[in-house]
Write a protein that binds this ligand. Sequence first.
Ligand SMILES: Cc1cc2nc3c(=O)[nH]c(=O)nc-3n(C[C@H](O)[C@H](O)[C@H](O)COP(=O)(O)OP(=O)(O)OC[C@H]3O[C@@H](n4cnc5c(N)ncnc54)[C@H](O)[C@@H]3O)c2cc1C
Length: 414
Amino acid sequence: MVGHGRDVDVVVVGGGIGGLANALALTLKGLRVRVLEQAHEFGEVGAGLQIAPNCTRILDRWGLLDEVTSLGVLPESIVMRDAIDGEVLTRLDLRDVERRYGFPYMVIHRSDLHGTLLRACRGAGVDLVNDVAVTGYEQAADGAVAVHAGGRERGAVVMAADGLRSVARRLLSDDEPVSSAYVAYRGAVPFEQVARLDVQPKDVVVHVGPRCHFVQYALRHGEMFNQVAVFESPKALAGEEEWGTPDELDAAFTATSEQVRAGLPLMWRDRWWRMFDRDPIDDWVRGRIALTGDAAHPPLQYLAQGAVMAIEDAWVLSEHVARLTGAAGVDWDGALAAYNAVRPLHCRRVLTTARAWGKLWHHDGEKREWRNAVLRARDVHDYTYVDWLFGPTALTPGELPPMFSGYDGEPVLA
Ligand SMILES: Cc1cc2nc3c(=O)[nH]c(=O)nc-3n(C[C@H](O)[C@H](O)[C@H](O)COP(=O)(O)OP(=O)(O)OC[C@H]3O[C@@H](n4cnc5c(N)ncnc54)[C@H](O)[C@@H]3O)c2cc1C
């Protein structure tokens, strides 16, 4: 009947950053957790990830901040430049960000963050199982079951962290991933390969341009350099099946600055990531099955909060579990309701703002001029754009900070 041995309290489906974060957070509250991952090994793609103070604050609570800091880089600034003429448009002073929010803004190799979570899960006693693809879910008396070809896994709760194309999400919504027609190329290379280029190793640099942008930052104590090239695919807009191909990468950046074009030959050209998100949904819980991470809220990446939101989900649920644990065990229905009351509200804000942010970054012509004027006018120490994101993660709707408002990505042109 059951696939993998002793009974557990929680079954987590998916061993990405979201699944491992949930497994760790709940194990640290004294629960027995099993992770089911379809891949043969646990791992992550070898590119970079930005993690903001609302994530490093939680990693600190889990005792992992020193380890991730030793593996990552603490950049000095995020610099936004116009991708056509190279003009610096605005800057976020990350030393000041750390003072303001109490925790650092970090960039880290994805496999280093994932590896840290994996080691912590192993150390805490999480049962980590590979080669299990979950195909269905069932409610059970006082619990739920994840079904797979080799058997059934029962827990008081099943947390579905099965990513953008989540099977579990079908229990809650018949929506599909939404294509943005944008595609991302990545490339993380030894720093020597960019040493002669005009790069800023101490900053995260985002070059924003018409229908494209380019991100650069150093990783692993400056030993590696990470670049992300994102553009709108004409083939996608034309409805072609094969879209986002390397010829489109080359064409998308022809009009960009020397600094951008010099970095492009270093992108990996054998793999690319089509950028999908989903419309926000406000209910992530069905009985004892709950969504988390990209399964619940896959964003477009313009706020760099996808993995961060997954880690916040894990922390919020585990705090409610701890609060609602008594002599009779965990009040799971209460904990899931508390989680479901606050996380969808926050993540809806992130998903919709990320879409607006993408519009802002990719303007052309008159709108580009407007965008540049808005960004130039921003005071370096104006934090209204990020206060709602970087502060402490809300545990209840009442704790959600006021939302930065008045901007939907479109200019008001005369
Ligand atoms: C170009 C790009 C840049 C990004 N940059 C950032 C950034 O700077 N900062 C940030 O916070 N986020 C960033 N993100 C987003 C971030 O990568 C994701 O939001 C995050 O990795 C989601 O983690 P997850 O664990 O929820 O999902 P996933 O990483 O998709 O993991 C899902 C896991 O579930 C497994 N799985 C799926 N189906 C099943 C099944 N049926 N049974 C068993 N296992 C299953 C998969 O194999 C996988 O291991 C970026 C994304 C992209 C594409």
